[in-house]
Design a protein around this ligand. Structure first.
Ligand code: G1P
Length: 295
């Protein structure tokens, strides 16, 4: 059965200041975790979830994202001419073809916040609920979006956000749910606050970058006043629609890495390296060296 969630929005206009100078010329979404750029993990997750249309909300200075995502017939022809047909076929397999795939690039010219970025996708969304994926949040294991869509029931809650429990001293880094109960992977909630101080946080259930949202989110975003950091916050618009459409949290089964930070990126690389036979040998060598230094 086709999913009711047909559109995924990828907000990728951000400047990536936490990774300068690496992100001076390279969009942060193209930073690789070993050999695969962050954006590719996000796209793969959306495809696994049965998404039909991918909407990238980008920035004019980040044209490299489009070059990565879309098919490059010239590059493939050059590779074939050099006897590298296998490589050309792999690239074609991973890329979107403008004739057969439903992909939209739209621009967010000004950094007015995550909520504003999602609003920029409004005219490109297919009817029904929409998914939002933040590529900085790499989730390995079972596809987080697929499991959210499986659990999504708009009759109970039109807005669903992925959540994980964090230490209280970390609430200032996340949107935090005000939870009212829960069973299994689902949490019921009556509110959501953007980056509260630990003493003000309504719980320790943090929102990570996966959302399934009732389409009325666009109406709420259109009238949303700036919030934290003076930006139009997706969190605030979700909270303002909670009484009308309902709000739930979903505790995903995978492991999340904050690849918007150096430590999170390194953890993701080490995690995935441990699963790759070629890299595992290098990790073992590094482990020996560290043990020898400590001795
Ligand atoms: C954004 C959201 C925040 C969420 C976080 C997850 O914040 O505004 O609610 O918890 O992503 O990564 P950012 O990390 O972009 O500042």
């Amino acid at each position: 059965m086709a999913s009711s969630v047909r559109t995924a929005i990828f907000p990728v206009a951000g400047l990536g200041t936490r990774f300068l100078p690496a992100t001076k010329a390279t969009p942060k979404e193209l930073l690789p975790v070993i050999d695969t750029p962050l954006i590719q993990y996000a796209i793969d997750e959306a495809q696994e979830a049965g998404i039909e249309r991918m909407v990238f909300v980008s920035h004019p200075s980040k044209a490299a994202i489009e070059r990565h995502v879309m098919d490059d017939a010239k590059l493939r022809a050059d590779l074939k001419a050099r006897g590298k047909a296998d490589l050309a076929a792999d690239l074609q397999e991973a890329a979107f073809c403008p004739d057969t795939d439903d992909v939209v690039f739209t621009m967010q010219d000004e950094p007015l916040g995550l909520g504003h970025a999602v609003l920029c996708a409004r005219d490109h969304a297919l009817p029904g609920p929409v998914a939002v994926i933040l590529p900085d949040d790499l989730i390995v294991g079972r596809g987080c979006l697929a499991e959210m869509i499986e659990a999504y029931d708009p009759a109970t809650a039109g807005h669903m956000v992925a959540t994980m429990t964090v230490d209280r001293d970390e609430t200032e880094k996340y949107g935090i749910l005000s939870t009212t109960g829960g069973s299994g992977r689902l949490l019921t909630a009556d509110g959501m606050v953007e980056k509260p101080a630990p003493e003000d946080a309504p719980s320790c259930e943090a929102v990570v970058g996966r959302y399934v949202l009732d389409p009325s989110i666009f109406d709420d975003l259109a009238v949303q006043a700036p919030g934290a950091k003076g930006e139009i916050q997706l969190t605030d618009a979700i909270a303002s629609g909670k009484e009308r459409v309902g709000l739930s949290g979903f505790r995903f089964s995978g492991t999340r890495f904050d690849c918007g930070s150096k430590a999170g990126m390194l953890r993701a690389i080490l995690h995935l390296a441990a699963e790759d036979p070629e890299c595992r040998a290098v990790l073992a060598e590094a482990g020996h060296r560290a043990a020898a230094r400590a001795a």
